[in-house]
Design a protein around this ligand. Structure first.
Ligand code: BMA
Length: 332
């Protein structure tokens, strides 16, 4: 394979640990996982499925913090090193011109994406069922909420970090009100972040006999990473076992100009629930990625993922190795 070109801003200060001695895995876990404990806030039951981005001379994030009423809220946090976080105890509030849209019901599983001149937040927003909320900020203090991107029911809205063919682009996962046994990833475009259309099908769950970890439903995770081999995405997949759902994550490469075209898709998972903090918690056996930091100069990537719907974990890898793995094991 030719040298992979990776887009993005240099990020020499991102969290990183080398692959442990003797480890032959494509991705490996941070030794001090969970990187964010469930009770970092006095009022939090759990902090997981959260979004982290470079900000100022460090990092900022939008965190899913369920409180001890078990209400799902979003909180802002800041960190110098991406490992130790100062998460604000009060939930994030949005400014919105439209009272109906701005009325808070619940929010979870945020993603944050820098495009052009601002950070966009997308999240699973309660509006007669879950749909994709959209807001922007420049300072992580004031958040301006826009129209919901789609009709309910939809989850896992993930923006691309630049316009594609002149339009904003987003992956999402239409579904229904519950944790039902279906879910495909779709692609949509917008000229203005308000009106979304040109919907295209991207991926369905895999056949059980081909790749069982992703055979029930799938959903996009972190913001796609642009490379010379295509958009690298991490996505979660669900297996339905006799004892409940198991959430793992793998990788895929999407065509740069027509991202609904899947170039390669990993048959094996990259990370599946195996550590105690991934297997035990409010929802056992869940690894759910929502953010990644990467440094194009070194090819390092750090993926933040929710563990057992309770805490946040971190896993590392080399982008070129993940791309090779995706192509070598592809089920497309
Ligand atoms: C999904 C979402 C995620 C959660 C996962 C496992 O449907 O609700 O927030 O992590 O289920 O419970």
């Amino acid at each position: 394979m030719e040298k992979v070109i990776i887009k993005g801003c240099s990020l020499p200060n991102m969290p990183w640990q080398e692959r442990p001695e003797g480890c032959n895995k494509v991705m490996w876990r941070y030794t001090d996982n969970p990187v964010i404990q469930r009770d970092l806030l006095p009022t939090s039951n759990s902090i997981f499925n959260s979004a982290v981005v470079p900000f100022a001379d460090g990092f900022a994030g939008v965190f899913r913090c369920d409180d001890t009423n078990r209400r799902m809220a979003l909180h802002v946090g800041f960190s110098k090193d991406g490992l130790h976080w100062d998460i604000k105890p009060e939930p994030l509030t949005f400014e919105c011109d439209n009272a109906e849209i701005g009325q808070w019901v619940y929010g979870y599983d945020p993603r944050v994406c820098w495009i052009d001149d601002r950070y966009y937040v997308t999240w699973c927003n309660g509006y007669h069922g879950p749909t994709i909320g959209v807001a922007w900020t420049t300072d992580f203090k004031t958040f301006h909420q826009l129209e919901n991107a789609f009709l309910p029911y939809n989850r896992n809205g993930v923006l691309f970090p630049r316009k594609i063919n002149g339009r904003f682009a987003m992956l999402s996962r239409p579904s229904d009100t519950g944790h039902t046994a279906f879910g495909d990833i779709f692609y949509s475009e917008s000229p203005d972040m308000e009106f979304w259309g040109r919907h295209r099908h991207v991926m369905s769950p895999a056949a059980f006999e081909v790749s069982a970890w992703q055979c029930m439903k799938i959903g996009a995770g972190p913001i796609p990473i642009e490379t010379s081999e295509g958009w690298l995405i991490f996505y979660h997949g669900v297996l339905r076992s006799c004892n409940g759902y198991v959430y793992s994550f793998g990788s895929a490469l999407l065509h740069l100009d027509e991202p609904w075209r899947v170039l390669a898709r990993s048959g094996p998972y990259l990370i599946s629930p195996q550590q105690p903090y991934e297997c035990m918690g409010d929802v056992p056996n869940v690894c759910f990625p929502c953010a990644a930091l990467h440094d194009p100069d070194t090819g390092h990537v750090a993926v933040y993922y929710g563990c057992a719907d309770t805490v946040t974990g971190l896993a590392f890898g080399h982008i070129d190795e993940i791309i090779q793995f995706t192509k070598r094991t592809s089920i497309v």
